[in-house]
Design a protein around this ligand. Structure first.
Ligand code: SAM
Ligand code: FES
Length: 343
């Protein structure tokens, strides 16, 4: 752990040794160093991003995901452009300057429609940062969305092991996922990658692949969350990831890529009521409260018992602030750019 802190890297064997042997006696040492490193770059700030889940239609069939195309039990919804703009009005009024628009891969939202929505938000609120998270697209599409004003793009790589990736994603390829991420980088987005912890058959060597892939891509943001089974998916009876293992991977990632923006994920808050606070104490520095209208929140059910589905945006804003303050950190409502962005 000390070597990782000193060098911001380890060899494959050293990562394997660390991940295989770390136990609760070492957690405090690891988490404290991760927190110290985070504070060198971001001090006591935790960035807030307002999350708008604007469509649960999806053409993909990821085996773990509750809104996969084949799940006929999901009641599907799309927010209209007007509803999305209303969400951004409400968010802006609550002080948010960073919006994340996330959805399934929904062809209804063409490049033109997405560009129009992004431009409309930017026209009204030029001081906000907009992040899109709508899956794999062509270079041309990513380019149009960038030119329309999109600042950032989230596309978790999910797992960097080709075989595991392809066993979880019918008709998708890891090479294309990887390619999309490098294209997004090249186009000048602030890019978010990331992976799930506790996938079926996920081994230490898979985590080492994730770490090596992240070091190579050097994304601005990295989302790491536990896999939580959803009963209406092919992986419904799997075991899922643990809070501890996820926190360990968050902390290791902080030491590997010291200036990255690391969200404390909703999935962690779902497994443990204090999960998000624990992640902030293990090196995370972003939270993404939900801003979607309450009448659609339960429908964006990626996994079982997702939290915050009944809470108004203002309630979430306040709730998260109390939680962040309880960790000794403070809310930063700014755009929350990466520390080296624009330098
Ligand atoms: N369609 C976009 C994409 O593929 O990047 C964004 C939406 S997708 C639902 C957002 C993220 O949810 C995925 O990257 C995945 O890591 C996470 N997710 C989906 N199902 C999950 C589950 N059962 N447990 C934990 N995370 C899950
Ligand atoms: Fe939504 Fe706590 S963050 S209620």
């Amino acid at each position: 752990i000390q070597k990782l802190y000193d060098n911001s890297n380890l060899s494959r064997d050293e990562f394997t040794l660390l991940i295989d042997n770390i136990d609760e006696n070492d957690y405090e040492f690891l988490f404290n160093l991760a927190r110290k490193r985070k504070e060198e770059y971001y001090d006591k700030s935790v960035f807030m991003r307002a999350l708008i889940e604007f469509t649960n239609y999806c053409k993909q069939n990821c085996n773990y995901c509750g809104i996969r195309a084949s799940n006929s039990k999901v009641e599907r919804y799309r927010l209209s452009k007007e509803q999305i703009l209303e969400c951004s009005d409400e968010g802006y009024r609550l002080g948010y300057r960073s919006f994340v628009m996330q959805g399934g891969e929904d062809p209804f939202f063409s490049d033109d429609l997405l560009c129009d929505i992004v431009k409309s938000i930017k026209y009204k609120y030029p001081d906000v940062a907009i992040t899109l998270s709508v899956g794999e697209k062509s270079m041309e599409s990513y380019k149009k969305l960038k030119e329309a004003g999109t600042d950032r793009y989230l596309l978790r790589h999910e797992t960097a092991s080709k075989e595991l990736y392809e066993s979880l994603h019918p008709n998708m390829s890891f090479d294309n996922r990887r390619n999309c991420l490098f294209i997004l980088k090249e186009l000048g987005y602030q890019v978010g990658a990331g992976f799930m912890v506790g996938l079926p058959n996920q081994k230490t060597s898979d985590f080492v692949n994730d770490l090596e892939f992240l070091k190579e891509l050097n994304p601005e943001m990295i989302g790491i969350g536990p896999f939580i089974p959803h009963e209406d998916t092919p992986l419904g009876s799997s075991i899922g990831g643990t809070v501890e293992k996820t926190l360990v991977m968050v902390a290791i990632t902080r030491l590997l890529l010291p200036s990255a923006l690391l969200p404390s994920t909703t999935a962690l808050g779902t497994l443990d009521s204090k999960g998000r606070e624990k992640a902030l104490k293990a090196g995370a520095n972003v939270v993404m409260p939900n801003l979607s209208p309450t009448n659609v929140r339960e429908l964006y059910e990626l996994y079982k018992d997702k939290i915050c589905t009944g809470d108004e945006a203002a309630h979430c804003r306040k709730c998260i602030e109390v939680r962040i303050n309880s960790t000794g950190y403070s809310v930063d409502m700014g755009r929350g750019d990466h520390s080296e962005w624009g330098k």
